[in-house]
Write a protein that binds this ligand. Structure first.
Ligand code: NAD
Ligand code: ZN
Ligand code: ZN
Length: 357
């Protein structure tokens, strides 16, 4: 019996409690409380959390911002990384002690037309970590081993955390812009997602224009390799992008959680280019129909990425080509972290540190 399995014997798992940050009511502060440590059923695993990133999506979840709502009480968090601490019957794909991540794509059916074509992110039976299933703002996470991220050796839990949502989402989003090496891409929003998007885009050989409303974020974007930066608060940002890119960007990736950025993003897109929508502020934005049609622009949604995208996104980081900028905070600070995120006061990504427990 390994040390871990001795510590997490079935009995102790059934009686022990963990710390969790819980959404009890939409729009209210999260409640820090004790919660039963989950027990793995057949085909399930339990992960002992080491670190969990805080994504702007967690804020949307806690506010009940979207048409498909989670059901309180629930535990947010879909950038949880930890060690497999208990295994249910029949699990062979991971073993105790493996470092895994429990991502937004918590599970899918594996059999529908979308799953069969590696578009499991839009499986009608998909479950979402920290949303329809409890997530990583807790000491332990119940997970489906078929959908966990396998963290490469050499990548620490804290550094890996932002990659399993912010990393995969932007890496996939850049791919679906179909912008080619040497062409221009706009990264609108240079926060948690955007600071990684800039790095992926540079590694993929693109010329990067970062757009944000905060000069500090733009200065950081330049340090990360952005070739051009535009502050969307000054003048007409679409004009500035068109001027700087000689006619607009071949690909535009909008991560900003602000509707204004979406209309601007379409206007920044070059003729025949692709504007990829990733940010999820509540509401709709007007599409300038004539411009889109007459310029043959593609507008495309993109939702995290599949398991192969996950492996690729992590591999760039394991090779040292992409690195998340992280600020560590304890779980108990979650409400002040949410407040800062809401006001754009997080430099890149906050990661909750569970190593103190
Ligand atoms: P964040 O708060 O860390 O970063 C947002 C950035 O956008 C900040 O730097 C902010 O200054 C900037 N910004 C705000 N208004 C802007 C504007 N008008 N123009 C340009 N920049 C502006 O948030 P995040 O964690 O990076 O998440 C961003 C969004 O992406 C959220 O809506 C989140 O729900 C969504 N998201 C979507 C997916 C997906 O799969 N589609 C995955 C993860 C997150
Ligand atoms: Zn996320
Ligand atoms: Zn499916």
């Amino acid at each position: 019996m390994t040390l871990l399995s001795k510590f997490f014997s079935k009995d102790s798992i059934m009686t022990r409690k963990m710390h969790a940050a819980v959404v009890e009511q939409f729009g209210k502060p999260l409640v820090l409380k004790e919660w039963d440590i989950p027990t793995p059923g057949p085909g399930q695993i339990v992960v002992k959390t080491e670190a969990c990133g805080v994504c702007h999506t967690d804020l949307h979840a806690a506010n009940g911002d979207w048409p498909l709502k989670p059901s309180p009480p629930f535990i947010p968090g879909h950038e949880g990384i930890g060690l497999v601490s208990a295994i249910g019957a029949g699990v062979t794909i991971v073993k105790e002690g493996d470092r895994v991540g429990v991502p937004w794509l918590y599970s899918a059916c594996g059999h529908c037309e979308y799953c069969l074509t590696a578009w499991e992110t839009v499986c009608p039976s998909a479950q979402f970590g920290g949303y329809t299933k409890n997530g990583g703002f807790a000491d332990y996470i119940l997970a489906d081993p078929n959908y966990v991220a396998h963290i490469p050796a050499g990548l620490g839990a804290k550094e890996a955390a932002p990659l399993i949502c912010a990393g995969i989402t932007t890496y996939k989003g850049i791919k679906v812009t179909e912008a080619k090496a040497g062409e221009w891409i706009v990264i609108s929003g240079a926060g948690g997602l955007g600071h990684l998007a800039i790095q992926y885009a540079k590694v993929m050989g693109l010329q990067v224009c970062a757009v944000d409303i905060d000069d500090g974020k733009l200065a950081h974007a330049t340090r990360l390799g952005a070739d051009l930066v535009v502050n969307a608060m000054h003048g007409d940002p679409a004009e500035a992008v068109k001027k700087g890119t000689d006619g607009g960007a071949h690909g535009v990736l909008i991560t900003a959680p602000s509707l204004g950025a979406f209309k601007q993003g379409v206007a920044m897109t070059r003729k025949r280019g692709t504007c990829v929508l990733v940010g999820l502020p509540p509401g709709d934005f007007p599409v300038p129909l004539f411009d889109v049609v007459a310029n043959c622009i593609t507008i495309r949604g993109s939702f995290v990425g599949n398991r192969e995208d996950m492996a690729e996104a992590l591999s760039f980081a394991a090779q040292g080509k992409v690195k998340a900028d992280i600020e560590m905070q304890p779980l108990s600070a979650i409400n002040s972290v949410f407040e800062r995120l809401e006001h754009g006061d997080v430099a890149a990504r906050v990661v909750l540190d569970f190593s103190a427990h």
